[in-house]
Ligand binder design. Sequence first.
Ligand SMILES: Cc1cc2nc3c(=O)[nH]c(=O)nc-3n(C[C@H](O)[C@H](O)[C@H](O)COP(=O)(O)OP(=O)(O)OC[C@H]3O[C@@H](n4cnc5c(N)ncnc54)[C@H](O)[C@@H]3O)c2cc1C
Length: 384
Amino acid sequence: MSEDPYTAIRDAVRRLTAGFPGEYWREKDRERAYPTEFVEALTQAGYLGMLIPEEYGGSGMGLAAACAVLEEVHRAGANGAAAHAQMYTMGAILRHGSDEQKARYLPGIASGELRMQAFGVTEPGAGTDTTRITTRARRDGDDYVVSGQKIWISRAEHSDLLLLLCRTTAREDAARPSEGMTLLLVDMREAKTAGLTIQPIRTMLNHATTALFFDDVRVPVANRLGEEGRGFKYVLDGMNAERILIAAECIGDGRFFIDRAAAYAKQREVFGRPIGANQGVQFPIARAHVQLTAASLMVDKAAALFDAGEPCGSEANMAKMLASEASWYAADQCLQTHGGFGFAEDYDIERKFRETRLYQVAPISTNLILSHVATHVLGLPKSF
Ligand SMILES: Cc1cc2nc3c(=O)[nH]c(=O)nc-3n(C[C@H](O)[C@H](O)[C@H](O)COP(=O)(O)OP(=O)(O)OC[C@H]3O[C@@H](n4cnc5c(N)ncnc54)[C@H](O)[C@@H]3O)c2cc1C
């Protein structure tokens, strides 16, 4: 098997995360505070602009390299979710923006001067069925006027730009349910003073997620990405990168749990010997390692296909599902191995346990991945 080409990146990320130990994350978690210093450090190191081509000030690297960064961040007990969207939401500009839009936004996103890490798709009434969104953008001269509501929009309070999916044609008037949706780039610095309300939602993990309320917010037509009515297709184009990067974070979480469980099982003595000498303790940890290793290969495969410009929708979905399930199994076994101490905040396990659980629901839930595989890969009849 070939050597890992990203050992230098991994070593550098380990040095960076060493400056952000468990106490840092525990305090942020307790306060539900944004890890600004950590995000700043990732920005300064250039990691958040690594997928942006060099001509726009990024480092023009591939998704596999970005996966290595996020995996190491998570393996160290840190959480990349505070900033990971800065890596990939710009893909909508790169793929569908005009030359003028690319020149206007990408250099600032690459340097971190401009934060573009909020992505607004989900609505309370639509759920996973994105074609049922009702946030409406009505054309008025050189502007769109946006009204409606989004939910679970993460990092909106810490982002300058929001990539917003809204309806320009009502579902019933569109040629197909997936048509009539448009992608707008909302400058939230202006919008917050002109009709946009951001309401934080407190959740079981520190994720800076929010509900957004649009009350006739004006967005220049010049901020539309691509053609009117084709936004859903553009959003789908960007989802593979998101799923693969989040799968890499799950692999990092899984390695964190397995490292911790193995280390504790070796040193904790009960009945006069290490608990790890009991097969009832070692086998679940070994199984977690087996499952995580397999999931990691799937993440590598999906990232390689993405970097080669090949179709990778099914692989991205499968990687996300396998990695999120493997990290959750590892989390459960790590907690069990630690007995009562697994519940103590000081061990960081209960925090990571809460954090990794998210990824079986967001950005897409396991059932919807299974549905994709059943109908698109295996040709089974559609159920919806
Ligand atoms: C912390 C957090 C952060 C998030 N950040 C963002 C963000 O930044 N931007 C954004 O746009 N969204 C974000 N989301 C939303 C996330 O993508 C959705 O929660 C997720 O896609 C699931 O949608 P839902 O919550 O509406 O669940 P629903 O669609 O209501 O589904 C509920 C359950 O039913 C199952 N289900 C639904 N339909 C079917 C079916 N036909 N067959 C079988 N099972 C089905 C689902 O699998 C799920 O388990 C975030 C969510 C959370 C919790």
